[in-house]
Design a protein around this ligand. Structure first.
Ligand SMILES: [Zn+2]
Ligand SMILES: [Zn+2]
Length: 261
């Protein structure tokens, strides 16, 4: 995160006052602190127990055949699997109306930079932890390979969120996600909506029809006004938001049923 932070300071895509002058920065820092301590909370313990349950009930190892491959090849396999799973988790979070209120918190930032990486609702941290924990546990790959893949994934995730003026031209743009490509995922501009779900490898977006790679930067970032006014710059309100939406949906459903019966 430190390297990406220095790079975005030296080579900014959007020149602006440092984010630490803004209240929005405090919200990011609270997200970082809580997400770092997440596994010490009840929800972290529940996520670990769920992962353990899923691992115990998975009767096979995904890469059983690859245990004797060189370390580099095993790490690459792990990274490919993680990125594929994250692509689909991310896409479902955008498309399923019950999941969107959770992931929406990541899209509240109007100033995309390296700190935005950690702007996540605790339920998304929980879901991500379960999926990644399950995949690494049933991969059948060596511990060193898994550690390398996770390190690359974490650092690359910081890189794509950083405010660095980096975009890839062909053929690299079909292989790797650039900060430019991920900025379009956070764009308020309509043409960028529900595009560029990948974190490390861009080909999932190109193959599954969600890639968007124009020649210009987005005009602005964040949420549509009708959603943005409901999730203000408060960490606590952001954590409560999905539960509020689910209660509203449940109340509306109950009301409709009463009217029908
Ligand atoms: Zn998203
Ligand atoms: Zn993002």
């Amino acid at each position: 995160m430190l390297v990406a932070g220095i790079l975005q300071f030296l080579f900014p895509a959007t020149v602006r006052k440092p984010k630490f002058l803004f209240y929005e920065n405090a919200v990011d820092l609270i997200h970082i602190l809580f997400n770092s301590l997440f596994y010490l909370t009840f929800f972290g313990i529940a996520a670990s127990a769920t992962r353990r349950f899923l691992v115990d009930h998975t009767p096979w190892l995904i890469f059983d055949w690859a245990a004797d491959l060189p370390l580099f090849a095993q790490a690459l396999l792990m990274l490919l699997l993680l990125d594929f799973l994250v692509y689909w988790r991310h896409r479902f979070e955008h498309r399923i109306s019950l999941l969107w209120p959770i992931h929406l918190i990541h899209h509240t930032s109007r100033r995309i930079d390296v700190l935005t990486t950690h702007r996540l609702h605790f339920l998304e941290v929980m879901l991500g932890g379960i999926i990644v924990g399950w995949a690494t546990s049933v991969s059948g790959l060596s511990r060193d390979a898994i550690s390398i893949a996770l390190l690359v994934y974490i650092h690359y995730n910081h890189f794509i969120h950083s405010n660095i003026d980096v975009r890839f031209s062909s053929p690299l743009r079909f292989i790797l996600v650039s900060p430019f490509m991920h900025r379009w995922h956070h764009a308020l501009d309509k043409e960028g909506h529900d595009k560029n779900f990948g974190v490390v490898f861009a080909w999932n977006d190109w193959v599954f029809g969600t890639a968007f790679h124009p020649s210009h930067e987005p005009a602005c970032f964040g949420l549509e006004l009708d959603q943005a006014h409901e999730v203000n710059e408060s960490w606590l309100r952001q954590q409560i938001y999905p539960f509020r939406i689910w209660v509203q949906k449940l109340a509306a459903l109950t009301h409709i049923r009463r009217q029908v019966s």
